[in-house]
Unconditional design. Structure first.
Length: 248
């Protein structure tokens, strides 16, 4: 199984070495998307000449970093793309769990609420838990999904399915556009349980999204815009991978 593990990074000098040390135990091909970091991230990455690296000169957002990862995977010959964060919330030892689950799925998503783990850390910040629960329920009701965690960034994608997506949301709402498109395309979706690790519960989203009410309203707007968007035009699973690329 030929897979690439992609990690969006923005000012993660504190976690970069420890995360990469663990990821390298489970993945021989690693892509770092340096999303305009202003700390020592670029300097630290120079110590890893074997990494694949995409650099955004300015910070463009979480969704934009993942879009770059998707594009990179589709330009290469990887069969599967794994995505994970660099803030210590995702355990690289769970990568094999995602890969095992994707044998009969197009998209496998980690869920911090599917089951309990001993290593759960600090309690989930209440506003994040409530917003996740609300948005997850609304996605399930509107699109017939069966999710328990609509925001987890620890995922595995089959690249033929990835090629049929047209992700344009550059911010924190990117996973919601993804779920609307996955439902529209009829992708085979699975969840696997992952530990709920909040190492820094005070971490901010930035700008107006620091306000929980504004954040919930923004997420609902992302979903509404994804619903009226006529793309992607590709119909799953009728097209080959090469044909799907042409309609992006």
């Amino acid at each position: 199984m030929n897979y690439l593990t992609a990690i969006p990074v923005y000012n993660e000098e504190r976690h970069l070495h420890s995360v990469l040390r663990e990821v390298r135990r489970y993945s021989s091909s690693i892509l770092i998307v340096n999303d305009g970091s202003t700390d020592r991230t670029a300097e630290l990455l120079a110590d890893y000449p074997d990494l694949h690296v995409v650099t955004h000169p300015q910070n463009r957002g979480y969704g934009a970093a993942l879009i770059s990862a998707f594009e990179y995977a589709l330009r290469t010959d990887f069969d599967i793309l794994v995505t994970m964060d660099c803030d210590g919330q995702h355990e690289p030892s769970r990568i094999p769990v995602l890969l095992e689950a994707i044998h009969d799925a197009d998209l496998v998503s980690g869920s911090r609420y599917l089951r309990e783990f001993r290593q759960h850390s600090l309690p989930t910040p209440e506003d994040r838990r409530q917003i996740n629960e609300t948005i997850t329920r609304e996605l399930n009701e509107q699109f017939g999904l069966n999710l328990t965690d609509s925001f987890c960034g620890f995922k595995a994608y089959r690249t033929p399915a990835l090629a049929k997506l047209n992700i344009t949301e550059t911010g924190w709402g990117m996973p919601l556009q993804l779920w609307v498109q996955a439902a529209r395309l009829g992708l085979r979706v699975k969840e696997v349980g992952v530990p709920r690790l909040y190492l820094d519960p005070t971490r901010a989203f930035g700008g107006v999204l620091n306000d929980a009410g504004e954040r919930l309203a923004h997420y609902r707007r992302v979903i509404a815009e994804a619903v009226i968007d006529t793309t992607p035009a590709c119909e799953w699973p009728s097209l080959s991978r090469a044909e799907a690329r042409s309609c992006r």
